[in-house]
Ligand binder design. Sequence first.
Ligand code: BDR
Ligand code: CA
Length: 319
Amino acid sequence: GTKLIIDTDPGVDDAFAIALAAVSADVELLGVTTVFGNVPLASTTANARRLLQLCGRPDVPVAAGAARPLVHRNPHTAAFVHGADGLSGRSSTLPEATRPLESGDAVSLLVSLLEAADEPVTIAPIGPLTNIAALLAAHPGVREKIARIVIMGGGVERGNSTAAAEFNIWSDPEAARRVLAEDDVPCALVPLDITHRCAIDRDWLAKLAASGPLGATLEGLTADYTAYYSRVLGFDGMVMHDAVAVAEAISPGILRTEPYPVNVDCGAGPARGMTVVDRRRLSRDDPEASPGRTVEVAVDTDLGTLRQFVLDRLSGGPR
Ligand code: BDR
Ligand code: CA
C-alpha cells in the first residue's frame, strides 16, 4: 500500500481527508503532523488525535508543528468557516485520544518516519506549508525518501481567502514558495478550481450519515461548514477540498494533472499568496519564459468516480 504522511490543520474537510486515509486498507498511514491554520495549533492537534481515535487508529503517531508562519506574522484563522473549535463545535464529542502526543515536533517526526521508511513516502500537506518548508530546509537529505508531495492549495483562476489567494497558500506564502520551488521532489498541486467542482451535496452527506457510526459522526461535524457554503455559494453541501488531494495521494491518477510553471506571490500587495500558474503555450516550449518551477496541477477528474471513491471508503467504517 501507499506509505503516506498527512500534514494538516483540522478543519472539517481535513477531518474527511484524515478519515479517508485512516480507514483505507491499502494505505499505510505512517503519521500525522499538525500545523496552525483553520484554528490555532492546540486545536488542530487535539482534533487530529481525536479523529484518528474515531477511525480506530490510535497506532498512528501525531506530532505538533508550527504555530505561526515562517515569516512571523499573526496567523490567519478560518474559525468562521469551520467553527470555533475547527469541527463545527463537535470536537469534544469525539473520542479522547489514547495515544500520547509525540514529544518531538512535527519536523522531528517527519524526519524519523522518512528515514525509517524502506521505500519512498508520499506526503499530503492539506494546511499551510510551514512544516514542510521547515523540514526541507533543515533536512535536505530526506528529499530522496519523498515519493511525491500532493498539496491541497492554490487556485488557477480564483482565490477564497482573498480575490487572488487560497487559504493554505495565503496563510504562509513564503513556505509555499519554498516547497513549490523544490525541483528534486515530484510535486502535485490540487487547487480550488478542481476542489470546488468536487463539491458534495446533501444527498451524498445523507448516504454517508446512513452508512454507519463513522459516517454519521463525520456528517455530524459539517454543520458550521455547510452553513458557510450555503452563505457564500448558495450551495447546500460542502467542498471537500482536502479529501480530493488525499484521494490523489492514495490513488494516483484519480485526478488528471497537467504540468505548469507555478510561482507564489510573496509581496505585500493584493496578490499576496496567489499561485501564479503559467498556462501560456510559450512557457511549455521554453522553460526560460516563466520563472516558476513546473509542477503537476490537477485540472480534471471524473466527478462520479471521485465522489463514490470517497463515499465507499468512508462508509466502510473504522479499521
Ligand atoms: C483549504 O483551506 C482550509 O480552510 C481547508 O481545510 C482547505 O485545506 C481550502 O482553501
Ligand atoms: Ca486544511
